[in-house]
Write a new protein. Structure first.
Length: 74
């Protein structure tokens, strides 16, 4: 049970940081958030990149890491 609890905590921490990065972070180029985002499946990455572009599109000179294929299509 200890390893399951540890894995659950790790998933919650990583998922929570990703949600913070997408919805609340003031910086679209956050290294940890970009790293998590670039490892997600295509649908989740397209969603998060759309949200990041909505929030930071006017101020972001280039797409964050992992959003390159989605940034121009949005």
């Amino acid at each position: 049970m200890g390893i399951i609890r540890l894995l659950l905590i790790a998933v919650l921490v990583v998922g929570g940081y990703w949600a913070y990065y997408v919805y609340a972070s003031g910086e679209p180029y956050d290294e940890i958030g970009s790293a998590i985002n670039s490892k997600l499946p295509a649908d989740a990455r397209a969603f998060s990149c759309a949200e990041l572009k909505r929030r930071h599109g006017a101020t972001a000179a280039k797409p964050p890491a992992g959003c390159e294929p989605y940034w121009t299509a949005l």
